[in-house]
Design a protein around this ligand. Sequence first.
Ligand SMILES: C[S@@+](CC[C@H](N)C(=O)[O-])C[C@H]1O[C@@H](n2cnc3c(N)ncnc32)[C@H](O)[C@@H]1O
Length: 289
Amino acid sequence: MLRAEQTLSSGAVNRPRFARRATLRRSLRLLGSFKYAQTDPAVFYGGVASDTADLVGDFYRDLTGRSLNGTIVLDVGGGPGYFADEFGKVGARYLPVEPDPSEMHAAGLRVAGAVRGSGMALPFRDDAVDVCISSNVAEHVPRPWVMADEMLRVTKPGGLMVFSYTVWLGPFGGHETGPWHYLGGEYAARRYRRKQGREPKNRFGKSLFAVKASDGLRWARETPEDVEILSVFPRYHPRWAWWLVRVPGLRELLVSNLVVVATKKPGAAQADSTVRGSAFEMAAAPESA
Ligand SMILES: C[S@@+](CC[C@H](N)C(=O)[O-])C[C@H]1O[C@@H](n2cnc3c(N)ncnc32)[C@H](O)[C@@H]1O
């Protein structure tokens, strides 16, 4: 059984605090806001932002017993910083990292401390932040699992990492080119261009990639032993539908957005560097003797 699947079937972590919020009413509310994603991003992002702050706050409290007040939250691919207000309200220091200047300035928001950089090479030292999140970014990144590893690297031991992405074969996988992505991403992109007279913003192979639910589960299974997978669940679904993540095939079609929640075990980084340090010393000893 995958380590991530063990997480799903284990009672303790299978009932995170956040599960109580995952009602059908919430799912319908979020679904209703999706239609504004292109036309009125402020409406769409407003709802998603408060929901995301709740999600992160609940998992952080499960993990540490504390609220997000006073924490540093790094948002990888944070766009213009739509989530800034919601994390600010709970007292967190919110830092978006974004490679695309036009995305950064898209909504006219000014987020102090916004950083330009790529999730695949985060411009931060190891163990720098309490919380590292990424929301709907992995499917826009050519090497999403390098980004996930980077996010773990910069998260403090005992801190929280939340990685959430749109699953390619789900209903929103093709973004504005859907549902034609079911006939292939390249076909869907060309069809969009033919019909709309312009390239889609999310161009398959350039800024949109086919990331599967099983890819996230594999990454979770292959994380080092000092990483604990706390939960894996479909982001927008009510709690009673979370079992979908466990069913191969079906999860690709119906999960829509997969969330992987992880932590680095406290003390692990120090223990690990001690081991690596002594291994290095042993290897170096014969040469220096
Ligand atoms: C769909 S938006 C998501 C914005 C926000 N995180 C949210 O959930 O609403 C995807 C964002 O990922 C950013 N992105 C693309 N490539 C990236 C990379 N290599 N590293 C970090 N972010 C990236 C895009 O510029 C864009 O702002």
